[in-house]
Design a protein around this ligand. Structure first.
Ligand code: IMP
Ligand code: MG
Length: 180
């Protein structure tokens, strides 16, 4: 796997440091609110596991699986919910956990759908953001790092379902995915 990585962007230590900072912020903001923390699978599974263990106040955990690409390879702009949250979210303080915000299309749709269910509040925490790629404005409440327009893998992020288990985040060599 290592031979496919052009450059390490964030080491294990840098990720742990940032996750601890975000966890402390979220702990302070949600103390006593018993938030429902929802991760959008699969890319955010590592971030979710690390982050929630740095959140030091009562909370509930749930997962969603969504697909934004329908049948084709192009973004349709429509979100298909493949696995929904397994509980009622009305009146809850929702915190959505994402791995990376790219175009923003998936997240903006998802936030709209969830808001419509009568949540008390909804916020977004994303580990990475590629602002250069944004086509839909999505407000980020908790952000790990802004990154340049490069394809990154590791720490949960994949290319063709590979590299999720790398403990760091690295830029994938363009020749691996036939880019640039
Ligand atoms: P979007 O914001 O609707 O364009 O979708 C973002 C999704 O695209 C993320 O949840 C990732 O699954 C995927 N994605 C975007 N950029 C990258 C990347 O650099 N590496 C791995 N997955 C990515
Ligand atoms: Mg992915």
């Amino acid at each position: 796997m290592k031979e496919d990585i052009q450059k390490v962007l964030f080491t294990e230590e840098q990720l742990a440091q940032k996750v601890a900072e975000l966890g402390a912020q979220i702990t302070a903001d949600y103390a006593g609110k018993n938030p429902l923390i929802v991760s959008v699978l699969k890319g955010s599974y590592v971030f979710m596991a690390d982050l929630t263990r740095k959140i030091n106040t009562a909370c509930n955990i749930d997962f969603m699986v969504v697909s934004s690409y329908g049948q084709g390879a192009k973004t349709s702009g429509e979100v298909q919910i493949i696995k929904d949250i397994g509980q009622k979210i009305e009146g809850r303080d929702l915190l959505i956990i994402e791995d990376i915000l790219d175009s923003g299309v998936t997240l903006s749709y998802l936030m709209k759908i969830l808001k419509a269910r009568g949540v008390r509040s909804i916020r977004l925490c994303t580990l990475l953001s590629k602002p250069a790629r944004r086509t839909v404005e999505v407000p980020i409440d908790y952000l790990g790092f802004e990154i340049p327009d490069e394809f990154v893998v590791g720490y949960g992020l994949d290319y063709a379902e590979k590299y999720r288990n790398l403990p760091y985040i690295g830029i994938l060599k363009p020749e691996v995915y036939g880019g640039k």
